[in-house]
Design a protein around this ligand. Structure first.
Ligand SMILES: [Zn+2]
Length: 185
């Protein structure tokens, strides 16, 4: 039986052979001059671009767990800054969603699962003694609205963010794709 990865590779060969990519060819410059940070939730994979009419070539898409900005100089903000200065992005959309797995995620419970999967307790202790608060690092947020506000504020106040870039925050219904505006620039 083929593994999932073998299936993907076989499909990919067919995809290229059949020239299925031809309708998707575009440039690396986002046509709509926007960058979207959204959650990695699988319900949004197709729904989010369809519900926003985002086609190949329209926008820069960044995803992580919870659509949250954890660090002002982490990889998410780095990507957004690159999108602004190198790719002409004028609007940043942070789109969280209702029913997010990161809402009320319990860092401690996750670490219990890590131990069940073979991570040594001593490894976790060593991280703690090294000053890494892994519970807090893994912890989710209490309210999706607050999390969006926090990420929007972080970006608006970022020392490298030009003032003419508009930062917006929204929440999506993961079944219908309907957007609720949390904060508009
Ligand atoms: Zn989510």
């Amino acid at each position: 039986m083929k593994s999932r990865i073998e299936e993907i590779l076989a499909y990919n060969k067919e995809f290229v052979l059949n020239e299925a990519y031809k309708t998707l060819i575009t440039s690396g410059i986002p046509e709509k001059k926007i960058v979207i940070l959204s959650c990695m939730d699988t319900r949004l994979t197709e729904l989010l671009p369809k519900a926003l009419n985002i086609k190949n070539g329209d926008a820069k898409l960044i995803k992580n767990a919870g659509a949250t900005i954890m660090h002002p100089f982490g990889s998410i903000v780095r990507s957004i800054i690159v999108a602004v200065y190198e790719f002409g992005v004028e609007d940043v959309l942070i789109i969280g969603h209702y029913g997010c797995g990161m809402c009320h995620l319990d860092g401690k419970a996750l670490l219990d699962k890590a131990i069940e999967r073979g991570i040594e307790v001593s490894t976790l202790e060593m991280l703690k003694y090294s000053g890494i608060d892994i519970d807090k690092w893994l912890e989710g947020f209490e309210s999706p609205e607050d999390a969006i506000h926090e990420s929007v504020n972080q970006l608006r106040n970022h020392p490298l963010m030009p003032k003419d870039v508009r930062i917006h925050g929204m929440l999506m219904h993961p079944e219908t794709g309907a957007l609720d505006v949390v904060v508009l620039s």
